[in-house]
Design a protein around this ligand. Structure first.
Ligand code: SPV
Ligand code: MN
Length: 628
């Protein structure tokens, strides 16, 4: 018995100690011991992933009051986060940087010693009177080159329940790993709770990431994106590992798209939070493999990807039978689903954009709610928060892709990048080659902030590969890693830029419906399989009108007109030139190590735009471009 286990002997019940002693890795014991000594819980519960333990976690999530089962559909529960804990919090999420090391100024950071002192003071005695739950899990499928073992110590049954729905169970793996295998770990405490079991010490909310020990500290928060260490916090750690080892850790969904003669082509896609990622992954008739995070590796020259997770923590706003029929169906049938920050009335969850009238009163994250209720600033409180979410296991979905647990992942035929670009890019285009796609669509991705983060909404920004919040190395290095990764593949996936948010320049109206993305994805499938031609524009390869007509008809039952095509696929030279300037300015200000290739690609694009303008003017109808 090692010294940590010995000391744990006096702190754990015999049964719990036995579970822990089956694990050889002493760092696990050390982490549990140190977490107990710091947070001072009344009890410790080690989850060894038996069905009864898993059921107990859900039971306790309800019994503790963190979740409520007062919903009429069997299996459904709901949870509320506090009014100031409704999204990821950029301001208090920081890297702990040791002296002598440096991270680029664009990344939020704090001196490691100072940060540790602070976070430790917030964690001190934070679990007094509570149970500390220890959960083991895996990122990526089991027994695979992608697998990363992880553990979390938390005092939240809601967090534990969410982890169980979102991640693969890992206790058995931990029993097999050697004494010195590396793993990621999280220490989380919801901190002081009010009578509704909601964290109240907002001012002491902190999410700190210690990359020197692969540890995430999270305190005084419950919002899953802050409290589950394996969402974006572990992504930051994985990016560092991926960078060292030459693979990619990405903010990607993955979907399998059916095509002719029973073929299936897999696509990954990066979108900023709340910008169409999950609904792209959930297209009806296709299969979802991932909705938020992916690891991508070169396996024998092939670009292969896995889902880091095995569940969805998805945005519920605008999920309705018309726009997202599959998700809507899942959310209205029995099953293990946690609704967070929705409106509750008549034992039912209600949310914005669900396709029916909402009740005028009920309970929500602000407590008892009625129409017209305002917050302390006098702002209207919506019935359901815009960032209200559902948590569900992917396996509960009839459209879950059968390759989810394939240890070798799936081969990617295409990768798409999409932002909230109201002015510039066309709805869908294919990169001229890997570097052009990665740089002009991924690295130059423009968007606006959404409700998924705490703070100002609708702020224009560049969000490199939709992952900028989570990049943990200099951005230029991150971009170079992508370029290098592509060079080593036998065959690169095609790269596409999509833009679901293009508006008419005069009226401001959106030029597409939310369902049109289905057509773009099916067009990409045809491109990857060499079934259709495209027109070559200065910004990329765009669809031919005649190829889109049958897709609109078959998929959406819609007669797609030539006028629509022209409006949507007109190349807007002035807007695109301005876009390039904005991106360059950003690079100059924020990315001191941006690769020259990035500037070259942008300059070449500028050159093509200027040349096209000389021939055709500022707004160029798609028919002017050659078919290739
Ligand atoms: C996102 O905001 O990108 C999410 C949810 O996927 S969170 O868990 O908060 O990261
Ligand atoms: Mn996300």
């Amino acid at each position: 018995m090692n010294k940590y286990l010995e000391q744990l002997g006096s702190k754990l019940d015999e049964i719990e100690l036995k579970k822990l002693s089956k694990i050889q890795n002493t760092k696990v014991h050390q982490f549990v011991l140190e977490s107990i000594e710091l947070c001072n819980p009344q009890k410790v519960f080690i989850c060894s992933d038996t069905p009864s333990e898993v059921a107990y976690i859900k039971h306790m999530a309800i019994a503790s009051g963190e979740e409520s089962a007062a919903l009429s559909t069997p299996g459904h529960t709901f949870h509320f986060d506090g009014p100031r804990d409704q999204g990821r919090d950029r301001e208090v999420t920081k890297f702990l940087v040791p002296k002598g090391d440096s991270l680029p100024p664009a990344l939020k950071q704090i001196d490691r010693e100072e940060g540790l002192k602070e976070i430790i003071s917030h964690h001190k005695d934070s679990m007094k009177g509570k149970t500390m739950i220890v959960i083991f899990l895996l990122l990526g499928p089991a027994d695979s080159v992608f697998t990363i073992p992880c553990m979390e110590c938390t005092d939240s049954w809601y967090v534990s329940h969410s982890v169980d729905l979102l991640y693969r169970r890992g206790y058995q793996k931990f029993c097999k790993i050697s004494k010195d295998t590396d793993f990621l770990k999280t220490l989380h405490s919801a901190g002081k709770l009010n009578e509704n079991m909601v964290s109240v010490e907002y001012d002491k909310k902190r999410i700190y990431i210690d990359y020197t020990t692969n540890t995430v500290y999270s305190v005084n928060t419950q919002y899953a994106g802050n409290s589950i260490g394996f969402k974006k916090q572990a992504l930051r750690l994985a990016i560092r590992k991926a960078h060292k080892e030459g693979w990619l850790a990405e903010h990607f969904m993955i979907l399998g798209v059916k095509g002719k003669n029973g073929r299936k082509t897999y696509f990954a896609g990066a979108f900023p939070s709340a910008s169409g990622k999950t609904s792209t992954a959930m297209l009806p008739g296709e299969t979802i493999l991932a909705d938020d995070l992916a690891y991508v590796k070169n396996i024998d020259g092939e670009c292969r990807a896995v889902n880091v997770e095995c569940g969805i923590f998805g945005i519920i706003q605008n999920v309705n039978p018309g726009d997202d029929p599959l998700i809507y169906q899942i959310l209205t049938q029995p099953g293990d689903i946690i609704f967070s920050n929705v409106l509750i009335k008549d034992e039912k969850p209600w949310w914005l954009g669900m396709g029916c009238e909402l009740p005028k009163e009920g309970i929500n994250y602000s407590g008892k709610w009625w129409e017209g209720k305002t917050d302390e600033n006098g702002d209207n409180i919506l019935p359901s928060h815009k960032n209200a979410r559902y948590t569900v296991s992917l396996k509960a979905l009839p459209n879950c892709d059968p390759e989810l647990e394939n240890p070798k992942g799936v081969k990617l035929g295409g990768i798409m990048f999409g932002g909230r670009d109201y002015r510039g890019y066309v709805p869908v285009q294919q990169g001229l080659d890997w570097a052009h796609g990665i740089l002009a669509y991924g690295a130059a991705l423009e968007t606006e902030t959404t409700f998924a983060t705490v703070g100002q909404e609708g702020k224009h920004e560049i969000n490199v590969m939709s992952i900028q919040d989570f990049v943990s190395i200099p951005l230029g290095q991150y971009i170079k890693n992508y370029l290098e990764f592509g060079k080593k593949l036998n065959k690169v996936p095609l790269v596409f830029g999509v833009n679901y948010f293009l508006r008419d320049l005069k009226t401001g109206a959106y030029l597409n419906t939310r369902r049109d993305k289905y057509v773009w994805v099916k067009w990409m499938e045809l491109r990857v399989n060499n079934d259709v031609k495209a027109r070559e524009t200065p910004t990329g390869l765009i669809p031919l009108y005649e190829d889109l007509v049958p897709l609109f008809k078959q998929l959406l039952g819609k007669d797609y007109t030539k006028e629509e095509h022209v409006k949507q696929f007109t190349i807007r030279v002035p807007e695109n030139l301005l876009k390039i300037e904005r991106v360059k300015e950003f690079l100059k200000a924020e990315v001191s190590d941006a690769p020259q290739e990035l500037f070259d690609v942008l300059d070449e694009q500028k050159g093509r735009l200027v040349k096209a303008k000389e021939r055709f003017g500022n707004y160029i109808s798609p028919e002017n471009f050659e078919i290739v």
